[in-house]
Ligand binder design. Structure first.
Ligand code: GUN
Length: 285
């Protein structure tokens, strides 16, 4: 079997085109969705992600503001800034780029952001609402993955979804969203015994470990749906995923590439959440 490749980049583009129209219509009503991104320090990967967010905002018509602060910024200074952004009516979404410098308590920062502006979906209120099946802001990468599966009419109900990786940003929430779609969910992680057994049984395999080519075609079930969330920079400077695409493609039913796979969907769902927040703030939802 040769897999059908799910190009997140193409889906992202068509969703962004729809959003652009929606934002134009909102502008006619005097509503301009606003996103503020806070970047602390000069981590090159974070800088590059933030650039992608600015570009997407410009494209769909979201008014985005980037606040760049030095890595010496104190926790108090950051909390004060978040307070200001929480009360600013032109700001519908607040995104503090992670990771933060070690002297700042990441969880405290996440919890300081108003749940109404939590377009990352990382606040405990957002997570709790997601887990109980209530409407909320879903974390962008997991939400993007669900959209990719749905775009190909992939049946999730009753399927065995195996998640490798248990981060708060991807692994844990994507499992919850798949559970919400009636999948049977297994979480695997670095302490899992006999992980190969779970991987070989997966109908839907989500790989988010950050290790280049952690999975290859020999590991997976014939016809499996393989979603690669990894972004690993390899020796020649290029990006590669957690899955060995070439071998896995020969056995999977569907597979996502890296780059042009999940990545572009993450930022697209951030735009979705920001627009949704603006609509809510203006009584349209
Ligand atoms: N760092 C890596 N991914 C993300 C994300 O989705 N949101 C934020 N705020 N930081 C990140």
């Amino acid at each position: 079997m040769t897999a059908e490749v799910i190009y997140g980049k193409e889906l992202a583009q068509s969703l962004r085109d729809d959003m652009k129209e929606e934002v134009e219509a909102l502008r006619l009503k005097g509503i301009i969705p606003g996103l503020t991104v806070v970047l602390i320090g000069d981590d090159p990967a974070s800088k590059s992600y933030v650039k992608g967010k600015q570009k997407a905002s410009d494209y769909v018509g979201v008014a985005s503001e980037l606040i760049e602060l030095p890595s010496s910024t104190s926790q108090e200074e950051l909390l004060t800034l978040i307070d200001e952004l929480n009360s600013k009516t032109t700001v519908n979404g607040i995104l503090v780029q992670l990771p933060l410098p070690a002297h700042i308590d990441e969880q405290m920062i996440i919890e300081a952001i108003s749940p109404e502006k939590d377009v990352d979906g990382f606040h405990p209120v957002s997570i709790g609402r997601m887990m109980t099946g209530k409407d909320t802001f879903y974390p962008c990468t997991p939400y993007g993955i669900i959209q990719m599966l749905k775009s190909k009419q992939i049946d999730i109900e009753g399927k065995h979804a195996v998640i490798i990786g248990r981060s708060n940003i991807v692994g844990k929430p994507v499992g919850q969203l798949l559970l919400g779609e009636n999948a049977t969910v297994t979480y695997c992680h670095s302490r899992t015994k006999d992980m190969a057994k779970f991987i070989a049984d997966a109908d839907i395999l989500i790989v988010a470990v950050g290790i280049a080519h952690f999975i290859n075609g020999d590991h997976i079930k014939e016809g499996a749906v393989v979603i690669d969330v990894g972004v690993n920079r390899v020796e020649d400077g290029s990006l590669t995923g957690d899955v060995d695409f070439e071998s896995a493609k020969e056995k999977a039913g569907f597979i996502t590439p890296v780059p042009k796979g999940v990545g572009p969907m993450t930022i697209t769902m951030l735009m979705h959440n920001t627009i949704k927040s603006a609509k809510k703030a203006n009584g349209l939802l």
